[in-house]
Design a protein around this ligand. Structure first.
Ligand SMILES: [Cu+2]
Length: 178
């Protein structure tokens, strides 16, 4: 809810900046006589450079953003195909409501803490991190992930939370889809 408000406000402010910017752009004609030919060439180069940057970075940016998994999982959430896990961090252990999950079905982790801030990090069987979020008291953060590989996964704490922080681990298994 809060995120929604922040997003709407940001969008409104961005539009305001955009309007101001277009207004300034429309009002500013180039006064030809003030520019020596050399300067004009420099501006032309700059314009080319700008569009070059847009092409080089803009296209890959759009391309890489297409793959964001959030929407796909959100759609699945309504269908009942989603597995939900409530995860609570404590000094110094994790409490997971499920420890058997299925590969290929979206999982929604609802993550919170019973005491101080912890970091909720999920590691695959090769100990490569696959998803993470902050575990905070009084707040429930959501992480969505669809496991593609079966195996034993581990949850490690990613935020130093006291003496036995390094022992704060949990395990769950991901089985082949039945
Ligand atoms: Cu910790």
């Amino acid at each position: 809810m809060l995120q929604h408000i922040v997003w709407t406000v940001s969008l409104a402010l961005m539009m305001l900046v955009g309007f101001g910017w277009s207004f300034a752009l429309l009002r500013s004609g180039i006064r030809e006589e003030e520019f020596a030919p050399l300067q004009k060439r420099a501006y032309r180069l700059r314009t080319r450079f700008f569009w070059g940057l847009v092409a080089v970075f803009g296209v890959p940016m759009v391309y890489t953003l297409i793959d964001l998994p959030y929407d796909a999982v959100r759609v699945a959430e309504g269908s009942g195909a989603v597995q939900e896990v409530r995860a609570t961090g404590h000094m110094w252990r994790w409490e997971l409501s499920e420890n058997r999950l299925e590969a290929g079905r979206p999982v929604v982790f609802r993550v919170t803490s019973g005491d101080v801030n912890h970091g909720f990090g999920i590691y695959d069987p090769d100990m490569k991190i696959v998803a993470q979020t902050q575990a905070m008291p009084g707040v429930t953060n959501t992480v969505r992930h669809t496991f593609t590989r079966a195996g034993t996964y581990r949850v490690l704490c990613l935020e130093y939370c006291g003496l036995a922080h390094h022992d704060m681990t949990a395990e769950f298994t991901v089985g082949e889809r039945s």
